[in-house]
Design a protein around this ligand. Sequence first.
Ligand code: SAH
Length: 232
Amino acid sequence: MKNYSSENFLDLNAFRGTGEDPVYHPPVLTGRPRDWPLDRWEEAPRDLGYSDFSRYQWRGLRMLKDPDTQAALHDLVQEVRPRTIVELGVYSGGSLVWFRDLTKLMGIDCEVIGIDRDLSRCQIPDSEKTNISLREADCSDMATFEQFRDLAHPLIFIDDAHANTFNIMKWAVDNLLDQGDYFIIEDMIPYWHRYSPKLLVEYLAAFHKVLTMDMVYANASSQLDRGVFRRS
Ligand code: SAH
């Protein structure tokens, strides 16, 4: 065991729900057998025994989108038929592969762009990178976003990095989004609403001339809760 004085502590807040290991592993159940005996069927627990948010995967890559969110994004992609999907926050890359596979199945010619300041945890094998581009940029340094212009429309932009979000949104409105394009804030709105309600309401209202909230998708899943905006 190391001594605290020789440790250089990582900020665990930075991991949020993502965990320190981006590789997907099938769940290991604790406190119960995976193979439950059928002669005790009625006694079987009705939950997993742990929070299941980050156990989802797509073709073996972890994907931090729950099934309700996947269903809602499926419907949005089918409706918008985007030529570009930009996702801010790559992590293992599972959701990029999912978006690419989904658009391909739907016959949509779409480029999926994954942006992250740390692409070292991305697990997408080279053989699976068709129509996916991985780009390095840091949300806290808007100059690193200059590379993202002249993208094909319709376009869906998803903020799943949760850093400097409203300045990213401002940049996207000014430089990227055409009428009908989407800007989605995943996960964070309920937390901001609880902990910084005045600022959140003020910041969102500041965009009232350029964005509206799409009420079909804004209530479709808890991860998308009141965070789906369309360029007007
Ligand atoms: N979109 C993925 C999950 C992304 S997890 C999915 O649905 O599966 C969040 C990611 O945001 C992490 O990979 C982290 O490196 C990245 N991130 C955090 N802060 C960032 C910043 N300031 N700039 C760019 N990326 C950042």
